[in-house]
Ligand binder design. Structure first.
Ligand code: MG
Length: 374
């Protein structure tokens, strides 16, 4: 088990100061007992796009098992990991939580396959699909629960963090020359911890990962040997759980250590923002193991024939729905067409499909092309 420096709370100096927030686009009165980041978190949890995560694929489509992560349960895991890290580092836990809960709300149906297919379809028009920028459009304009302004009217920093989830190449308004606050930098790495360990777990349950094969990941082998020695009578499934738990803990500790190390000499939030690269990072050893785990998952899970088949089918459905809506936009709801007036037709179609759950996309494809007529 990694040992942490005795006082991880020494990053309190880099905690984003709430009073330094650039605030909301439309000013609102303060709430008596929830601060602005807590309100942002609550707005995200109550958003329709957040509820739709429940029916969006993470990696494994349901059917084989009811125990696979979907994008909602994945989001909860990321949020829990990110809060733990933020708290250990004395960063703003509410800010971190809001960003973790929002980090996947721009994801289209069918996981990565859906994103890649929408992007492919948009390139034909010299355009792109990016789920982080789509998430920004969701919170800025597609969600409309308030009578006084469009969108969720989130604070600038939460919108910036959503846009910069995995890259700082963002629209000018969101300060592409600056790094996001440390709280926002953590999310991408907590996401990586959550999905790598979850895919290992789900991949094992799906029968795609054998323990012997997984031993090529050094940390997996080490933890598995320890579990076998300590609990020789435990069923294999429980030993794997023990390993997954140990891996999460080890990677989280490595993220905390690596970030503290990288933050040495950084005096305040302004310096975090102006630094040449992001401060949040894994320690060298955990970074190497995380990469090794990712390579293993690519080969055994993501590139497997079963998932490839599912991906192909999903992409095919997205394509036929995209082309059908492009040919005849009136197939989309009238109120949506009204709201999106002025946008290029391919963008209107792309945004509409990106918002769909897996279930709704399949239903739409089936309605447009009753079986056998694709
Ligand atoms: Mg994610």
């Amino acid at each position: 088990m990694a040992t942490l420096p005795s006082s991880p709370s020494n990053l309190a100096r880099l905690r984003f100061p709430l009073e330094g927030s650039r605030g909301r686009r439309y000013p609102e009165p303060v709430h008596p007992y929830r601060n602005e980041f807590q309100r942002d978190r609550d707005r995200i949890v109550h958003a329709r796009a957040f509820r739709r995560l429940e029916n969006k694929t993470q990696v494994f489509t349901p059917g084989l098992s009811d125990h696979f992560r979907n994008r909602l349960t994945h989001t909860i895991e990321v949020s829990q990991i990110a809060r733990t890290v933020a708290r250990a580092l004395s960063l703003d836990e509410d800010f971190t939580e809001a960003l973790a809960l929002a980090h996947d709300i721009g994801h289209p149906p069918f996981g990565h396959a859906g994103e890649a297919e929408l992007d492919r379809l948009m390139r034909r028009f010299g355009d792109r699909f990016d789920h982080n920028l789509h998430a920004l459009r969701i919170v800025e304009s597609f969600e409309n629960p308030y009578p006084r302004f469009p969108g969720l009217n989130l604070t600038f920093e939460v919108r910036e963090g959503i846009a910069k989830h995995s890259s700082d190449a963002v629209p000018a308004e969101y300060l592409p020359d600056l790094r996001p606050p440390l709280e926002a930098q953590l999310i991408d790495l907590c996401d990586e911890i959550a999905y790598n360990t979850a895919d290992l777990d789900d991949g094992y349950v799906a029968g795609m990962i054998q323990i012997d094969a997984a031993r090529e990941v050094e940390k997996f082998r080490e933890l598995e040997e320890a579990a076998a020695m300590q609990f020789p009578g435990a069923p294999e499934r429980v030993r794997v759980q023990e390993v997954v738990r140990g891996l999460i803990d080890w990677l989280v500790s490595g993220l905390i250590e690596g970030t503290i190390e990288a933050a040495a000499g950084i005096a305040d939030v302004e310096e975090v923002r102006r630094a040449g690269r992001r401060i949040a990072r894994f320690s060298p050893q955990t970074a190497a193991e995380s990469a090794s785990l990712k390579r293993f998952l690519h080969r055994t899970v993501y590139a497997s024939g079963e998932l490839d088949q599912a991906r192909r089918e999903s992409a095919g459905k997205i394509e036929i729905v995209f082309e059908a809506f492009l040919r005849d936009p009136k197939l989309m709801p009238a109120n949506y067409l009204e709201e999106s007036a002025g946008e290029p037709p391919q963008r209107v179609v792309c945004d509409y499909i990106a918002g769909m759950t897996d279930r709704f996309l399949v239903r739409t494809a089936d309605q447009l092309f009753p079986s056998g007529r694709v």
